[in-house]
Design a protein around this ligand. Structure first.
Ligand SMILES: Cc1cc2nc3c(=O)[nH]c(=O)nc-3n(C[C@H](O)[C@H](O)[C@H](O)COP(=O)(O)OP(=O)(O)OC[C@H]3O[C@@H](n4cnc5c(N)ncnc54)[C@H](O)[C@@H]3O)c2cc1C
Length: 445
């Protein structure tokens, strides 16, 4: 194949012999049935070889962009290749919302759910946790539907692309809501450690940005609910809904809404891009201006290049109770991190029950790193971060750069063996396997 396909960051050249973009599910099923090796490609925003194949890479971008809202059940059935940004606009127009979004709206629904993608918020789970049903073209080319509560469901939703090609997902909805965003700057590092809980419970979704440079202040982005998604927790299934509503009070109280000073920092005098040096207009609106949920919850706007575009990313997720201690630990190697870093983020994610989710059965803190795009310089620092966070049982983000050994990964996921068995059962001939899957889930038991 001439002109090998690459991922968004262009640090991965896929090894596929062919790139196909089926226009119908029937065509997709024929491709899967007729291929020895095949793998789905979403929007290509992962930074490692998880989406790679030595056979046919199947882009989901040309499949019919199904978006069907079922108001009675408060769910939407959406094609796996649809991007969150496009879905969100349609949902908002119909008066609905998703509880949360990642930092960028450019990613596909199935690709994001496959890797455990998340936003931030003490009560907000990974995006995949809102999935209630999934339809997958499996290795034999048949279409299989799995529903929440079914035996394989919790293993299949964050399935790392290993069970087949997801054609549609059904996602829980809440009523549309409004959010306002404040940026606070110059928060001292000691305050982030000492007031970790206060900071992360100060709004519906909170992100701390840091350069890990000794002596420099941190920025806190607070995304506060202006209007709650529901009158009472009852209308939103699951505990996260009720907690989300409670966080409205915290969001407008503890941090004083738009109060000028807080924890030794001050309210930003103008809008920011999360990445230093990048234009503020690429970022979602700040300065406390209320707006629709989907135009505030991501950091980046759909119409612009997210982040810096010239970058690598890593992320490690540790139990929530270790958040302060892990922050202190990373600060101690800040002088190693800072020279190869563009920006780092700290976020929180609520526990879920999806076997391969980085937040599986534990409330979580994510330490995210946007690195300079320089493999050789970044690799040893990634290793140093992994060493530093190892005592905290850090789970690496499935879609980002990491070097955590397979035997460590295995010990981090209580349902690892069940997932490995699920892969073998759904894909006995290893059609969807690639080097990445073989490394972390060897084909033989
Ligand atoms: C600028 C930037 C910001 C980011 N911000 C965040 C963030 O806020 N939070 C976060 O958690 N992550 C974040 N990420 C990581 C990103 O969300 C994940 O890498 C995600 O998987 C990307 O989705 P995608 O559609 O591009 O998937 P791809 O990279 O295309 O694929 C990822 C995996 O999903 C599989 N897959 C894709 N589509 C299907 C399908 N239809 N059926 C079955 N398997 C499928 C692929 O085979 C592969 O294994 C960010 C990435 C970038 C580049």
């Amino acid at each position: 194949m001439s002109g090998q396909p690459v991922n968004w960051a262009r640090n991965v050249v896929f090894g596929a012999t062919e790139l196909r973009a089926p226009a119908s599910v029937a065509e997709l099923r024929d491709i899967v049935r007729g291929s020895d090796r095949v793998r789905a490609l979403g929007s290509g925003h992962s930074f490692n070889r998880i989406a790679d194949t030595t056979g046919v890479l199947v882009s989901t971008s040309s499949l019919p962009p199904v978006i069907e809202i079922t108001p009675g059940r408060s769910t939407v059935r959406v094609a796996g290749g649809v991007r969150y940004g496009e879905l969100a606009q349609q949902l908002h127009g119909a008066g609905f919302a998703l509880r949360n979004l990642g930092s960028l709206p450019h990613i596909s629904v199935a690709g994001a759910c496959a890797t455990g993608t998340h936003g931030s918020g003490n009560a907000n789970q990974t995006l995949a946790a809102s999935v209630t049903a999934v339809e997958i073209v499996t290795a034999d080319g048949e279409l299989t539907r799995l529903e929440r509560g079914g035996a394989d469901f919790a293993g299949a939703v964050t399935g790392l692309g290993g069970l087949g090609v997801v054609t549609t997902m059904e996602l829980e909805l809440v009523p549309a809501f409004e959010v306002r965003q404040f940026v606070r700057e110059n928060i001292p590092a000691a305050a982030v450690v000492g007031h970790f809980e206060e900071i992360f419970s100060s709004a519906y979704s909170v992100t701390v940005f840091t350069g890990w440079r000794a002596g420099s202040g941190h920025r806190v982005w607070q995304k506060q609910l202006v209007s709650p998604p529901v009158e009472s927790g009852a209308a939103v299934p699951g505990a996260a809904g009720a907690a989300a509503v409670q966080s409205v009070t915290a969001g407008s109280g503890a941090a004083g809404g738009g109060a000028a000073s807080w924890l030794g920092g001050r309210l930003a005098g103008g809008p920011h891009n999360p990445v230093p040096g990048m234009a503020a207009e690429n970022a979602t609106e700040q300065m406390g201006v209320p707006g629709p949920w989907h135009e505030r919850l991501p950091h980046f706007r759909l119409a612009f290049t997210p982040s810096s575009g010239e970058e690598l990313q890593s992320e490690y997720l540790v139990p929530r109770e270790s958040g302060g201690a892990a922050t202190e630990t990373l600060a101690r190697i800040g002088d190693r991190i800072a020279p190869v870093l563009q920006i780092a983020e700290i976020r929180t994610i609520a526990a879920d029950d999806l076997w391969m989710s980085m937040a599986f059965e534990r409330d979580t803190v994510g330490f995210h790193f946007t690195w300079r795009q320089d493999d050789a310089a970044v690799a040893p620092v990634v290793a140093a971060v992994e060493d530093a966070l190892a005592p905290f049982a850090a789970r690496p983000h499935w879609g980002k750069v990491f070097s955590t050994p397979p035997e460590t990964i295995r010990g981090l996921y209580p349902r690892w063996a069940d997932f490995a068995a699920l892969l073998r059962r759904y894909d006995p001939a290893g059609k969807f396997r690639n080097e990445f899957m073989d490394r972390y889930f060897p084909p033989a038991p």
